[in-house]
Design a binder for this molecule. Structure first.
Ligand SMILES: [Zn+2]
Length: 97
């Protein structure tokens, strides 16, 4: 399973089309919030379960998306954060939640 099209819609949402025909639309804010990199994971562990992170405009804007091998995409955000590697099954899971 892999994405065949990834598109940013209105600078606000990410549209992902998968090779099995599924289409998913998810907010960029949510994708940023669920960034799986070590730094963000560590930050999340320090927060209380009721904490809601707020993002600046740049933090929830995507500058660039690159495919990593055949298993993931990496997202560069406009604030310079680019260490998050979203493996395809993870991306699909967060987009469906
Ligand atoms: Zn991160």
């Amino acid at each position: 399973m892999k994405p065949i099209t990834i598109k940013i819609v209105n600078n606000e949402k990410l549209l992902v089309k998968w090779d099995d025909g599924l289409e998913q639309l998810s907010t960029l804010q949510k994708i940023r919030r669920l960034c799986p990199c070590a730094t963000c994971m560590a930050d999340k562990e320090k927060e209380s379960p009721t904490y809601i992170p707020l993002f600046t405009f740049d933090q929830s804007q995507i500058k660039e998306i690159n495919v990593v091998g055949s298993y993931a995409i990496s997202i560069s955000w406009k604030d310079g954060h680019n260490t998050g590697i979203y493996e395809f099954p993870f991306l699909r899971k967060i987009c469906s939640e």
